[in-house]
Design a protein around this ligand. Structure first.
Ligand code: SF4
Length: 350
């Protein structure tokens, strides 16, 4: 696999819990929301990495950390191999290289501005086009890159005059305008009608292939992750629990949580998919369970699961899972440190 365009190592984000009725930080170290804990992953060019998990698993916080909209508590972020100083403000250069597409295109586009205005802003802010003809040509070209043609039919439209799929394509065009290297797509199809989701997923797939973009695809839908991504990273309660090539993770899931996600995914071959809520709910992010955080919902939980956090065990080529079931003699830890599950080294689809 090529050198990653964006990489994180042991990234952690804890939010301080505020006092009752007062915006006072509680000083105790354990009074924090464990939003993201020790996450490592790498985004290579021309590659889609999907991060999958339920609401509250930390996947959107991870995207915001990668976009540098929030600062990490600890851990390293590297852009094209160079460490990005965590405490420094996000630079225009970083914003140009790493763009984000949000879940709700109706909320991310300003209702009082038309498509032309939305697409002119990135060119103007980053100084990438001269006003007049040059700007018009670049706006038309970026609309063509997201298959909104002829461009003239869309330039003067306002967000409410577009379909959900067209709005999301405008949001993607706005991200593409600055020629980014990395796109962070946070649930980009979950607000769209089922009938138009496939078109937007195929657009992301085309962009990966044509423009060699590194794409992080955040989703709660493991079936769409399998469709779009080469690598799947499964998050639970702020931690990575399984990672590897998409087909391996979905055909031979090694972690009981991934197995639960797959059993809850809609499948025309199966009449009665499991409801995630029937197997309990995710734990408190302020006081997560000791050891394995999934143990309160896991049908295979053992004594060791409450005592020690499982390290990443090798489950196959480029496939790792943080579960003591794999530690039962056969598999060796992929690393000495619990939770160090970097799918960036997990290789391509098998
Ligand atoms: Fe279940 Fe234990 Fe594996 Fe956690 S480590 S998923 S509790 S068997």
């Amino acid at each position: 696999m090529s050198t990653p365009l964006l990489e994180v190592k042991d990234l952690t984000k804890h939010f301080a819990v505020h006092g009752r009725g007062r915006a006072v930080r509680v000083a105790k170290a354990d009074h924090v929301v464990h939003a993201v804990d020790d996450v490592s992953l790498a985004l290579p060019p021309a590659h889609v990495t999907a991060v999958v998990g339920e609401s509250g698993s930390g996947k959107s916080t991870l995207a915001r950390l990668l976009a540098r909209l929030i600062t990490p508590t600890s851990g390293d972020l590297l852009l094209e191999g160079k460490v990005v100083p965590a405490r420094r403000r996000r630079t225009l250069g970083y914003a140009k290289a790493v763009q984000m597409v949000l879940q709700d295109p109706f909320a991310s586009l300003n209702p009082i501005h038309d498509v032309r205005y939305h697409l002119s802003r990135p060119f103007v802010v980053h100084g990438l086009a001269k006003p007049g003809r040059d700007l018009d040509e670049k706006i038309a070209a970026v609309l063509e890159r997201v298959a909104l043609t002829p461009a003239g039919a869309f330039l003067r439209k306002f967000p409410h005059e577009l379909s959900g799929g067209q709005r999301q394509r405008v949001a993607i065009a706005r991200a593409l305008a600055v020629q980014p290297k990395v796109i962070l797509a946070d649930e980009p199809v979950s607000m769209l009608d089922v009938s138009i989701r496939l078109g937007v997923l195929n657009l992301l797939s085309d962009l990966r292939d044509r423009e060699r973009l590194a794409i992080l695809y955040i989703t709660h839908d493991i079936a769409s992750a399998r469709y779009l991504a080469e690598t799947i990273v499964v998050m639970y309660a702020g931690q990575v629990v399984e990672a590897g090539p998409a087909l391996r993770v979905t055909d031979e899931p090694a972690h009981p949580y991934t197995q639960l996600l797959l059993s809850a995914a809609p499948d025309p071959q199966r009449a009665d998919p499991v409801a995630l809520g029937d197997r309990g709910v995710p734990p408190s992010a302020v006081a997560p369970p000791s050891g394995c955080r999934f143990r309160t919902r896991c049908p295979h939980a053992m004594a060791i699961c409450a005592e020690r956090r499982p390290p990443a065990f090798t489950a196959g080529e480029g496939h790792v899972s943080a579960c003591w079931l794999l530690g039962n003699g056969a598999a060796a830890p992929a690393s000495q440190k619990g939770g160090d599950m970097d799918p960036g080294t997990s290789g391509q689809q098998t």
